[in-house]
Design a binder for this molecule. Structure first.
Ligand code: KPL
Length: 299
């Protein structure tokens, strides 16, 4: 471990992705506690490898917000984006805290961290599904971490235990690729209640997907002229690789939970506003998701 003591992470959001990340952190010798307002002292979770059927049982200590005595130095934010503010309000971050953001969307921590904090953005193509304490790893794929800061000392040891984990100094384009995939696949599959692969097989959805990807490319190229564009091919590749999957927004919508539309299409729309650009396809689909999810949540 290069003489580096692995950090003790506090996890905000022990859902599928948060628990999957905790499994990799623990296997590299890091400590992980879940910040949660509950009387239960332990979160029990099972991580199941969908290919081999191998099961790993995790026992994650709970750090109750009321009992947290010192500011947190290492935090993983993996909660659903609509709960970010509430989750952060439960804990006090150290002035120089290291924060890994492992969420869909972009910009959810903007203005919410201490000025001296080190933000590490994480982008993953891993797919994890299941129910309650059962987290089935469908694909471990690739995960990138990066940000303005230098690669932390603990990263090399962690990457030996986290398959597909890489550090990049250029995380922004990775984030944007994932953002565009989520901005196209998630709202379309949620509104039409279809698996991701329908974007390839149903012509009206394929056309709508192309329009959304092209609009996003126009905006991202305006913000960063080095943006290569051509997002549609990447979106289609993800739709193909996850053809039978239910997108997270479709799942959220179906169970009447808040969707991540504001962190995904909403972020694109806020950026477009700042640039004086119109994104009519994104504006329309974001509004349709807000309306449909509002109706379902009122039932
Ligand atoms: O990240 C996803 C999500 O559902 O949030 C995709 C890539 C669309 C896979 O379902």
């Amino acid at each position: 471990m290069n003489g580096i003591t692995p950090p003790h992470w506090h996890l905000l959001g022990a859902g599928h992705i948060g628990t999957w990340a905790a499994g990799h952190l623990l296997s590299a010798g890091h400590r992980v506690s879940v910040v949660r307002a509950t009387d239960a002292p332990i979160v029990n979770a099972r991580l199941i490898d969908a290919d081999s059927g191998d099961e790993t049982r995790l026992r994650l200590p709970v750090a109750s917000p009321a009992a947290l005595s010192a500011p947190l130095s290492h935090v993983v934010v993996a909660c659903k984006t609509p709960f970010t503010e509430t989750a952060l309000a439960r804990c006090l971050l150290a002035a120089d805290a290291t924060v890994i953001r492992l969420q869909n969307g972009v910009g959810t921590l903007d203005g919410r961290l201490p000025a001296g904090a080190c933000l590490i953005e994480a982008v993953t193509t891993a797919a994890v599904k299941g129910q309650r304490d059962r987290h089935e790893i469908v694909a471990d794929n690739e995960t990138w971490m990066g940000g303005p800061a230098a690669r932390p000392g603990w990263f090399a040891g962690l990457s030996e235990h986290w398959p597909g984990l890489q550090w990049t100094a250029h995380i922004r384009h990775r984030q944007w690729r994932k953002l565009v995939a989520n901005a196209v696949i998630n709202p379309l599959t949620a509104l039409h209640d279809v698996p991701n692969g329908a974007l390839l097989t149903e012509t009206p959805l394929a056309e709508h997907a192309a329009a959304l990807a092209a609009e996003a490319d126009r905006l991202l190229a305006r913000i960063d002229p080095t943006w290569p564009g051509d997002s549609l091919a990447g979106v289609q590749a993800i739709a193909r690789a996850t053809a039978d999957n239910t997108s997270s927004m479709r799942a959220d919508m179906a169970r009447g939970a808040a969707t991540e539309i504001e962190a995904i299409n909403g972020w694109l729309l806020r950026q477009a506003d700042t640039c004086g650009l119109a994104l009519p396809a994104h504006a329309a689909i974001a509004e349709a998701v807000r309306r449909q999810s509002g109706r379902i949540r009122q039932r």
